[in-house]
Design a protein around this ligand. Structure first.
Ligand code: BG6
Length: 448
């Protein structure tokens, strides 16, 4: 508002997301001077019975990397807790109510960050959009997908469109396949009840991986204006053809159903690998493999763009010599390009090596911001570039709804896999079937 006062209302203030992400993000913004005492008020709404001080103490446990003094200063930003009753748990009422309490004056602005789940399928998402649409216009709605706040996800546009090197290569003539992979080395841990209603496709693939897919596959936007970028995302989503069930592998880790909140006969996938195909001039025939799993052997999110074999091979290094461009979103942000090089030494032998841009080495002094921190700041600044537009959400649900309904109806079965493994071996076979060739770094391949 004109008085320069900003009220931030956190719904579900005693919940998991608020503790782990929202409050730490607000705290980092405070530390960097974006939220000033006296100008900012933070209100928390929660269903748990908790006092203002109780909430402050709970949040304190999640704030790290600062002195007790700074943390206390942050916690004094007039943190108020409003107890919500069960009837108020409906999101529309909640927002409405908060809005009335928090809009400082008519000169001010109100923006609402909405977190997933945005429905469970096309119809429920549309219903939610319609409800929100009655209360707010699209410019006020910030549908958050925190993957869009990750450093290397934000780098995708720059990489693709500011580098001459990639421009002529980024298409079906040169790229054999693309994999977008999310792996976690822990299970649903206390979120079993929520998770079982959704499954890995709704939890990770339909949103996080699909957003990454958009940025990898979309055409160049007219400009960096949010609407221009989002127009291109919608277009590429609309070019995706219906998912073929033969190109889907589902898994569920052993022990998932031990959680008392998960039904014994649950078929909910905790792992999925599936192929998207884009029906356009750039991508016809190139499989995009989207893979996500919980309770796997490691935690990693990466994009792998695998190029076709170099024609007319004279080195006999065969497919081990494929170029692959890997963008590791986490942990340890990095980009590397697998290349075939001469193995240093007297012999004329080739090996796979890497052109490596590891952020930890190159940008040693830069602290990479947390996704939520960046996205909350974007909201305060009124920049919707990294948020999901209503028609984009609709297009995303259109892709996955038929498959999800078939899974919910038990037409596709989740295969069991052992926690701590790569998931069902059928998924590796699917990648292989899609033409993905496992390449090996630093392995000497003797000439034949
Ligand atoms: C959330 C999912 O959106 O993303 C979680 O609901 C998942 O299941 C989390 O663990 C992963 O986020 P990140 O940033 O740790 O990769």
């Amino acid at each position: 508002s004109e008085s320069g006062c900003l009220s931030i209302v956190v719904l579900g203030a005693s919940g998991d997301l608020a503790k782990k992400k929202t409050f730490p993000a607000l705290f980092h913004l405070f530390q960097q001077g974006f939220l000033q005492s006296g100008e900012v008020h933070i209100f928390g709404y929660a269903r748990s019975d908790i006092s203002d001080d109780g909430l402050r103490e709970r949040i304190r446990g999640y704030l790290k990397g600062a002195s007790d003094e700074v943390i206390s200063e942050f916690l004094q930003l007039s943190m108020k807790i409003q107890k919500a009753t069960n009837q108020e748990a409906r999101v529309d009422y909640f927002i409405w109510h908060c809005l009335h309490q928090s809009t400082p004056s008519n000169d001010g602005w109100t923006r609402v960050i909405v977190e997933k789940p945005f429905g469970k399928d096309l119809d429920s998402a549309e219903e939610l959009s319609a409800q929100l649409g009655e209360l707010f216009n699209e410019q006020q709605l910030y549908r958050i997908d925190h993957y869009l706040g990750k450093e290397l996800v934000q780098n995708l546009l720059v990489l693709r469109f500011a580098n001459r090197l990639f421009l002529p290569l980024w298409n079906r003539d040169n790229i054999a396949n693309v994999q977008i992979v999310f792996r976690e080395d822990f299970g649903t841990e206390g979120r079993g009840g929520y998770f079982d209603q959704y499954g890995i496709i709704r939890d990770i693939i339909q949103n996080h991986l699909l957003q990454v897919f958009c940025l990898v596959a979309m055409e160049k936007p007219v400009s960096l204006k949010p609407e221009h970028i989002r127009d291109e995302k919608v277009k590429v989503l609309q070019s995706v053809t219906p998912i073929n069930h033969d190109e889907v592998v589902l898994g569920q880790y052993d022990g998932y159903k031990d959680d008392s909140t998960v039904p014994d006969d649950s078929n909910t996938p905790t792992f999925a690998s599936l192929v998207l195909r884009v029906h356009n001039e750039r991508w016809e025939g190139v499989p995009f493999i989207l893979k996500a799993g919980k309770a796997l052997n490691n935690r990693k999110a990466e994009i792998r763009v695998q190029f076709k074999d170099a024609p007319g091979d004279i080195f006999k290094c065969k497919k081990q010599g494929r170029n692959e461009f890997v963008i590791r979103l986490q942990p340890s942000e990095a980009m590397y390009m697998k290349l075939t090089v001469k193995k240093p030494g007297l012999e004329m032998a080739t090996e796979q090596s890497e052109l490596d841009l590891s952020y930890g080495l190159r940008y040693q002094d830069v602290k990479i911001p947390e996704a939520y921190e960046r996205l909350i700041l974007d909201t305060i600044r009124g920049d919707q570039q990294h948020f999901v537009r209503r028609d984009e959400l609709r297009a995303a649900w259109e892709i996955f709804t038929p498959l999800l309904h078939d899974i919910d109806a038990g037409k596709l079965k989740a295969l069991p896999y052992k926690p701590g493994t790569r998931g069902p071996s059928e998924a590796d076979e699917l990648s292989k079937r899609m033409g993905y060739v496992q390449t090996h770094g630093y392995v000497w391949i003797p000439p034949t």
